[in-house]
Design a protein around this ligand. Structure first.
Ligand code: GLY
Length: 294
């Protein structure tokens, strides 16, 4: 049975519903994840991905995305892309149409336009309001963003899929809210934000990108599964090690999620709580995870 998972309560549901529609139309694992993330990118109400997401301190939306297939280890990624959706599609084109793994900034945008995407404004009325709040009082606006339990500030959407021994992982994000211009987190970094290998499973991450990147969180989870761990055991091992070695991960949520070869799924959380949407066949369920025990 096909399993697809997607991160966080609100964006995860949007993404998983988009993925299921693609699956019902015969989409491959790659198609399904691209469709799911494209749906979340296009939703103006999601603050950490695509249209209407929170900008950097220059007031620019800089988007990152990545995708990896577990059969060939082929991967594609883009970072710092402005005014172009779906960003995840550009990452897929990097994987499928170039010999490279990552394109960045204006050249990634140029590549997306060359392949048929139209530049567009990703600003919404709500974003204009939030940006005005930030300009008036940056600390107050940052505190507001971080205090909202219904909308965690690091709710990058990461999706994983498994079907009959095939694994694919993908992620899309606008990165840290009000980040320094040019800052890139874990999401477009293969091994940090996503990893997939049919010989072991696949994994992804969401949360504080600097810490997840330093931990090579996704690769590390896949390596634990290669050594025999289940998806849940692998994610907990990574989250525990992050808490032990990376104090910042005890202050700000970092999440690793995975799918294993036995059809299992799991997530490891360094602090706080996390919701993962899971579709097995066409049935969607939401699973709640608490901070890992040290
Ligand atoms: N995990 C997304 C980011 O930190 O950019």
């Amino acid at each position: 049975m096909r399993t697809v998972v997607s991160t966080w309560l609100r964006p995860g549901k949007v993404a998983l519903q988009g993925a299921l529609v693609s699956g019902q139309q015969g989409g491959s694992l790659l198609d399904v994840l691209v469709a799911g993330l494209a749906a979340a990118e296009d939703d103006p109400d999601l603050i950490a991905i695509g249209r209407g997401s929170l900008p950097n301190t220059d007031g620019e939306l800089e988007l990152d995305a990545s995708i990896m297939r577990g059969d060939t280890l082929a991967a594609g990624a883009v970072c710092g892309v402005r005014g172009l959706l779906p960003c995840i599609q550009v990452a897929r084109w990097v994987m499928e149409k170039t010999p490279h793994v990552m394109l960045c900034g204006d050249q990634a945008r140029r590549f997306g336009i060359e392949n048929g995407l139209k530049p567009q404004s990703l600003w919404t009325d709500e974003l204009v309001r939030r940006w005005a709040n930030f300009q008036e009082n940056p600390e107050r606006e940052r505190a507001y963003v971080h205090s909202r339990e219904d909308e965690p500030p690091h709710d990058t959407v990461t999706m994983l899929a498994h079907d009959a021994g095939e694994f694919v992982a993908a992620s899309s994000t606008s990165g840290m809210p009000y980040k320094r211009p040019g800052r890139v987190g874990d999401s477009p970094i293969i091994g940090a934000g996503i990893y997939a290998d049919n010989e072991a499973g696949c994994a992804g991450a969401t949360g504080l990108g600097e810490e997840l990147w330093k931990a090579c969180a996704s690769f590390s989870a896949v390596e634990h599964m290669r050594s025999g761990a289940s998806a849940q055991e692998a994610c907990e091992a990574v989250a525990r090690q992050m808490r032990r070695r990376q104090p910042a991960s005890r202050e700000t949520i970092c999440v690793v999620l995975a799918l294993d070869k036995n059809g299992g799924f799991g997530a490891g959380v360094t602090t706080g709580t996390f919701d993962l949407w899971v579709a097995q066949g066409d049935a969607m369920t939401c699973h709640h995870f608490e901070q890992v025990q040290d």
